[in-house]
Design a protein. Structure first.
Length: 215
C-alpha cells in the first residue's frame, strides 16, 4: 500500500498539529485524534470523509488507495486536530492495513444500507479491528451510509445494524454523504467515543449507543 497523501483542508495557520512545547496557548490545547474510516469498496468512505472535511460530495467515483486528511475542528469547547485515514475498500480482510493498526484513536466502520455484502464485511472488519488492536474497549462507530436510498433500495434493516452495534458497545448512525445527513454527527460521535474511553468526558447519552438515526 502506498504512503498516504496528506490532504490538509483546514483553514488558517494552525492547521498543523502544534509542535510540542509550542508557545501559543491555543495551540497547547489542540487535541490530536487519529481516526480510520474502513469498509467494503464503494460504500462511501471517501464521500463521507470529503463531505466532513471539505463540505463537498465528489461528482465522480475514484477508488481510494489511501488518503490522510487533516481538519481542525471545534467541538464541545475543545479544539481538535483530526487526522482521518480514508482507507482502500477491502473485499476481504485477510490482511489488516498497518496504517489502521498503529496509533489510531477510533474507528469509523462504514457499510451501505443498500449493499448486504458490505454489511457482512463490516462484521469481519470489526473482528479484525478487535484482533489487531486488542481489547473490547476500542472506540468504534458503525455507520450505515446512503440512507437517502432507504425508500428505494434499503436491504440492511436499521434494527439489524443496531443490534450489532449494541453487541459491540459501539455507537451507530445512519447517514447520507450525498444529502449531508448525519455526517457531522457521525464524526462528533467518534470523538465522543474516543474521549469517553479516555475519561475526558462522561457518557452523556447512552441512548445514542446503538441507535442514532437520521431519516
Ligand atoms: N446515493 C448515495 N450514493 C453515495 C453516497 N455516498 C457515496 N455514494 C456513491 O457511492 C460511490 C462510492 O463512493 P466512494 O465515496 O468513492 O466510496 P468508497 O467507499 O470510498 O470506495 P473505495 O475507495 O473504492 O473503497 C460513488 O458513486 C458515490 O457517489 C450516499 O450517501 N448516497
Ligand atoms: Mg474511497
Amino acid at each position: 500500500m502506498s504512503a498516504a497523501a496528506i490532504k490538509d483542508k483546514s483553514p488558517g495557520p494552525s492547521a498543523q498539529s502544534p509542535p510540542s512545547g509550542g508557545s501559543q496557548e491555543s495551540a497547547k490545547k489542540m487535541l490530536t485524534r487519529k481516526i480510520a474510516v474502513m469498509g467494503y469498496p464503494c460504500v462511501g468512505k471517501s464521500s463521507l470523509t470529503l463531505r466532513f472535511v471539505q463540505g463537498e460530495f465528489p461528482d465522480v467515483y475514484d477508488t481510494t488507495i489511501e488518503d490522510l486528511h487533516q481538519k481542525n475542528y471545534h467541538y464541545n469547547g475543545r479544539e481538535y486536530n483530526l487526522r482521518i485515514t480514508d482507507t482502500a475498500g477491502q473485499q476481504e480482510f485477510s490482511i489488516f492495513p498497518r496504517s489502521c493498526s498503529v496509533d489510531i484513536d477510533g474507528y469509523v466502520l462504514v457499510y451501505a444500507i443498500d449493499d448486504r455484502k458490505s454489511f457482512e464485511t463490516i462484521q469481519m472488519i470489526y473482528e479484525k479491528v478487535i484482533e489487531n488492536v486488542g481489547g473490547s474497549k476500542v472506540p468504534l462507530l458503525l455507520v450505515g451510509n446512503k440512507v437517502d436510498l432507504q425508500h428505494s433500495s434499503r436491504v440492511v434493516p436499521q434494527a439489524e445494524a443496531k443490534n450489532f452495534a449494541e453487541k459491540w458497545h459501539a455507537r451507530f448512525i445512519e447517514v447520507s454523504a450525498k444529502d449531508n445527513l448525519g455526517v457531522r454527527n457521525a464524526f462528533e460521535g467518534i470523538l465522543d467515543e474516543i474521549d469517553q474511553s479516555r475519561g475526558i468526558v462522561k457518557p452523556k447519552n447512552q441512548g445514542n449507543k446503538g441507535g442514532c438515526t437520521i431519516s
